[in-house]
Design a protein around this ligand. Structure first.
Ligand code: OXT
Ligand code: ADP
Ligand code: MG
Length: 570
């Protein structure tokens, strides 16, 4: 049991029951911003040996919790105060749910009696009603004896089936409620088997293998669900045994090393267009895959096979001819079995065509990555970082921005699973520092966060948090002076254009303000030296990488999603 006042040894209260319930379920790290009514909870948690990381803004604490869930397969917990703190954390809860990351947002709240009568309590808000549509499940606990149940339900809801975000509402009064310590202890629940195996039916496996066997130009797409599942070896065996080219989605890069001979990353357009059978593993046919139809997928009719734990995902955009509903570990193992000993690899005419395209795209890009231009362009800067990541395959690469994101995704090869963490399904700017902090805290690995200057601004104040906990995080700000570019002009007034920032800003000085090390890099060589020194130092660092303000394009590679105005074209 956690520490309590000795005089009240036979009593416990809401504060301590929350702590004991979390610890019983091996949740020992909390991402929070303190305040009424949860300040003491954080203090008691620290007393009880939990790691409580305090952030400067709840949204960043929430993004940290979300990615912690992804990395550990345990729900990451974000703890906030009521109404405004809760709302600040809510974006991250929705982000976790959207990305299928297990997370629990615990928020203190005002008194029910006053909230429900709308009598204007301190930070009054019906938080649970607001959270409900944005998460997998939402629960409120009113009585201390129900804390164990509330936390158990939250853990199970976050982890079982398709993982996601859960909201737990703890009204202020709950924390002070007192009860007999023994009864309290007995009320706690250790969740047994929170993410049970979901074995796919043998019929579905036979159907899936049959469809793939008949393919002339098969393709495997690996998504971040496959990375989350932590069955990297099984996936390697499936891919290699099948002989089928595979395309990793952004955060699935590294499940197999990006230099794997079957990787079709550098032939993305070709394999989407030319394939005839596509096996999706833990990836959804959402906007990132053009919904499985249209120009990106070309003229050749496709047959989609999909492995996913969520039955409702099937047929969400196009027909899935062979749905395999099951967890990835069980499904991939069953597929390998069903492929048998005499599996024949796809025709070389297909695999050779993919390889040729990969080689020609890689060769075309190679010289651009070696340029030492000043000011730097994206290729020169990322060409330098690419080598550093290759030499340090264990570092975690955090990435956000538009051009900074899109160029890095294709240029920086990943060699190990779950090492690339980025903006996810929604393309959210602001995940950067929370993600970097949690990645460091949860894994102990060094972190390299490559950030557009706009993207960095969303969570930049958390570099104080990075310094406070002395985390080995190196932030590289790709400073092109704006969103997409730093060259836009407002032709109609004195204000600068909407996408443009202060010129020649020195983000490295921000890091120095909090005791970290700052570097300013104007060329790829300087960038390489700065990042190498920064990583070697093992302390918080920030490199201001001066990027040509003209180098980017509007919205990076997704400019096609911008609506066009006929009026503006006049
Ligand atoms: O096959 P083809 O020929 O097509 O070529 C492909 C690959 O085969 C090839 N390739 C390679 N070639 C050679 N070698 C190698 N190794 C190799 N690997 C691949 O390269 C191409 C491209 O490959 P890729 O990337 O796989 O393919 P593609 O077609 O790009 O993939 C499609 C997608 C959709 C899967 C992919 O594009 C993708 O994942 N996109 C994600 C995009 C995304 O999420 N963007 C972020 C949002 S943008 C925008 O919304 C921004 N905002 C608004 C905003 C947001 N987002 N959030 C919030 C809270 N508020 C506001 C803002 C404010 S971005 C932004 C800030 C931007 O400014 P910054 O300063 O931060 O950043 P800068 O732009 O740098 O200034
Ligand atoms: P990406 O963006 O990389 O394509 P998505 O987030 O769209 O990936 O898809 C991930 C998918 O993985 C979701 O549909 C989710 O239900 C599924 N998933 C997550 N974990 C598992 C698992 N253990 N077994 C099977 N499917 C899973
Ligand atoms: Mg920028």
């Amino acid at each position: 049991m956690s520490e309590k006042n000795e005089e009240n040894d036979n009593l416990t209260d809401g504060f301590h029951l929350v702590i004991d319930a979390l610890k019983l379920n091996e949740i020992n790290t909390i991402y929070n911003v303190p305040g009424i009514p949860i300040t003491d909870l954080g203090r008691f948690m620290q007393h009880a040996g939990m790691r409580v990381l305090s952030f400067r803004h709840e949204q960043n604490a929430g993004y940290a919790a979300a990615i912690a869930g992804y990395l550990t397969q345990k729900p990451g917990v974000c703890l906030t105060v009521s109404a405004p703190g809760f709302l600040n954390g809510l974006t991250a809860l929705a982000h976790a749910t959207t990305n299928c990351f297990p997370m629990i947002l615990i928020s203190g709240s005002s008194e029910r009696e006053i909230v429900d009568l709308q009598q204007g309590d301190y930070e009054e808000m019906d938080q649970m009603a607001i959270a409900k549509p944005l998460c997998k499940a939402a629960y409120r606990v009113l009585h201390a004896e129900d804390i164990g149940v509330g936390i158990a339900r939250a853990i199970r809801a976050a982890l079982s089936g398709r993982p996601g975000g859960v909201y737990l509402d703890f009204p202020a009064k709950l924390f002070g409620q007192v009860m007999d310590a023994n009864i309290g202890e007995r009320s706690l629940i250790k969740v047994i088997d929170p993410a049970p195996q979901q074995i796919p039916s043998s019929v579905s496996i036979a159907r899936a293998v049959g469809v793939i066997k008949g393919a002339q130009r098969p393709l495997i797409i690996l998504g971040k669900g496959a990375a989350y599942a932590q069955v990297d070896e099984k996936i390697r065996v499936l891919v290699e045994k099948s002989g089928i080219p595979y395309l990793p989605m952004s955060m699935a890069k590294g499940i197999l090393p990006d230099n794997h001979p079957q990787s079709a990353s550098a032939a993305r357009s070709l394999v989407l267009k030319e394939s005839d059978v596509v096996l999706m593993i833990g990836a959804r046919l959402n906007w990132l895959l053009s919904h499985g139809k249209g120009k990106a997928w070309g003229e050749i009719p496709k047959k989609f096979v999909q492995i996913d734990i969520e039955p409702k995902e099937m047929d969400s955009n196009v027909e899935i001819v062979a749905p395999v509903v099951g967890d990835i570990a069980s499904s991939v193992a069953a597929m390998i079995n069903a492929m048998g000993k005499d599996w024949v690899s796809p025709p070389p005419i297909w695999t050779d065509a993919v390889k040729e395209k990969v080689e020609s795209n890689v060769a075309r890009m190679a010289p651009r990555l070696q340029n030492n231009n000043v000011p730097m362009d994206y290729h020169g800067a990322l060409g330098a970082l690419r080598l550093i990541v290759r030499e340090n395959p264990d570092l975690i690469f955090v990435n956000e921005g538009a051009n900074t994101l899109d160029f890095a995704r294709s240029i920086i090869d990943m060699y190990k699973p779950r090492k690339r963490l980025d903006v996810g399904t929604w393309g959210v700017m602001g995940v950067g520092m929370g993600t970097a902090i949690a990645a460091s805290v949860e894994t102990g690995s060094p972190v390299l966060a490559v950030e557009g200057d706009s993207a960095f601004g969303f969570s930049g104040m958390e570099i104080e948090t990075i310094c406070r906990y002395n985390l080995p995080v190196c932030v590289v700000v790709f400073n092109n002076g704006g969103i997409y570019r730093g060259t836009d002009q407002n032709l109609a007034g004195d204000d600068v254009a909407t996408t443009v920032f202060v010129k020649d800003a020195r983000y490295d000085k921000m890091m120095e303000a909090f005791g970290g090390k700052g570097y300013n890099a104007k060329s790829p060589d300087e960038l390489s030296q700065a990042v190498s020194a920064a990583l070697a130092s093992g302390v918080p660092t920030l490199v201001n990488a001066v990027i040509d303000p003209e180098a980017g394009t509007e919205s990076g590679r997704i400019g096609n999603l911008n609506p066009q105005s006929i009026v503006a074209k006049k």
